[in-house]
Write a new protein. Structure first.
Length: 414
């Protein structure tokens, strides 16, 4: 069985990437919470107006200003800084400051609100961050108690110290409970999600091995192609990365999509399983009738993938595999098969797969032909620019001449 040389990340890297996605998602939630804080000042004003409690208008306006300033700081970080963990810390600390300021009024005892940030930090699935935010919020609460006492007793330090002394012990115990609970919640959430994600990765790995075995059936059946599947997969990855390097299809060829294309490439000839051996392994030129039978492998491959793998992998992967199987014999000028579509009507993955497929056909020895030299292969690609292949793909292939030669010679593509 062929050992396909895909460059998949380790499970730990996958999990870290997954956690980072969760950080980014929670930052979006935090943005909504900051918007909600803009209502604290107006809320104080309304409650004072109906005499539910009294908060000076100046304080209500100050709370609104503080909420607005720190909300804008967080929003700016969210839009400018590309490191979600940094944005997370800025957001949590800024929210803590807003709560600390809003709780400093003598008219209100809202110290329970200091538990919001530690519990909110649990959503980031980072127990250490939860502990850090619990400590920060505890000292913010102490500062808020001191400020509140100083405002109530007009700077009379003896009475301020007395108030702090009577309240601090109870609040410290409450915060210890908050810290323990939030830490346990954060750790439990992280462990559960990591276990679920690890199980998902294991299932996907099993599915990948099954799919690779499925693709290998074709290779075993076709005695002339050798390690065609392995080489074409490598060519697909090299070409896709070179296109990005040259500034083409940067938004489409993301790292994730390139990995999916590389993973899907082995299935491009799966339809050949339906082609009779006497045609598939014929040493000479095919007759017109035989060639029509051979051409049917693209449509049949698409049907097999559409029917058999629909519930096995994610939709994007299946779509890529189907496109590569169905359209990898289409040509840029519309003279290919089976649909005779042209230009960018042909999916990008299939345009790349077509180049990879022809590369391996030219550079490989078959019973009916010798392997072409790398120079002749590059000349053929130059002549096929704008007809068989998209010009920018030809440019990418030409730029990869040395690496392509190494792959064709059985060397590493690295």
């Amino acid at each position: 069985m062929i050992n396909l040389s895909y460059r998949f990340r380790t499970m730990n890297e996958e999990i870290e990437s997954f956690i980072l996605e969760k950080v980014d998602e929670t930052n979006q939630l935090l943005e909504k919470i900051f918007i909600a804080t803009f209502g604290i000042g107006p809320f104080y004003f309304i409650m004072s107006s109906i005499r539910f409690f009294h908060v000076p208008l100046s304080f209500s306006l100050s709370v609104l200003a503080v909420s607005f300033v720190f909300g804008i700081i967080f929003w700016s970080c969210l839009k400018v800084i590309k490191k979600p963990k940094v944005v997370m810390l800025v957001g949590l600390i800024n929210l803590c400051i807003i709560i600390s300021f809003a709780s400093a009024t003598p008219a209100l005892s809202v110290y329970l609100s200091f538990g919001i940030v530690p519990f909110l930090s649990c959503l980031y699935l980072m127990p250490k961050i939860t502990i850090l935010m619990t400590v920060i919020c505890y000292f913010s609460m102490d500062l808020s108690i001191f400020t509140r006492a100083a405002m109530m007793f007009h700077g009379d330090m003896s009475r301020v110290e007395q108030m702090i002394g009577t309240q601090l012990g109870g609040y410290s115990i409450e915060f210890l409970v908050i810290g323990i609970l939030s830490y346990l919640i954060s750790k439990k959430l992280r462990d559960n999600l990591i276990n679920e994600y690890s199980q998902k990765i294991r299932i996907e790995n099993i599915q990948t091995k099954l799919i690779q075995s499925f693709a290998n059936i074709v290779e075993w059946n076709d005695q002339f192609t050798g390690e065609h599947i392995k080489r074409t997969s490598t060519y697909v990855e090299l070409i896709a990365r070179q296109l990005v390097k040259q500034g083409h299809y940067v938004s489409e060829l993301t790292e994730e999509r390139i990995q999916l294309m590389t993973k899907a490439a082995p299935l491009h000839d799966i339809g050949k399983i339906s082609v009779p051996n006497n045609i598939l392994n014929k040493p000479g030129k095919l007759t017109d009738e035989e060639f029509e039978i051979m051409k049917s492998h693209s449509e049949i491959g698409y049907q097999i993938l559409e029917k058999e793998l629909k519930e096995m992998e994610d939709p994007e992967y299946i779509q890529l595999a189907e496109d590569m199987a169905l359209y990898h014999h289409e040509k840029w000028n519309g003279q290919g098969y089976p649909r005779k579509i042209a230009g960018k009507e042909i999916p990008l993955s299939a345009r790349i797969m077509a180049a990879a497929d022809v590369l391996d056909a030219l550079l490989s020895k078959r019973q009916y032909k010798d392997a072409f030299t790398i120079e002749k292969t590059m000349d053929i690609f130059k002549e096929s620019s704008g007809s068989h292949f998209e010009p920018c793909i030809v440019e990418a292939v030409l730029a990869l001449k040395d690496q392509i030669f190494d792959v064709s010679a059985g060397k590493s593509a690295a």
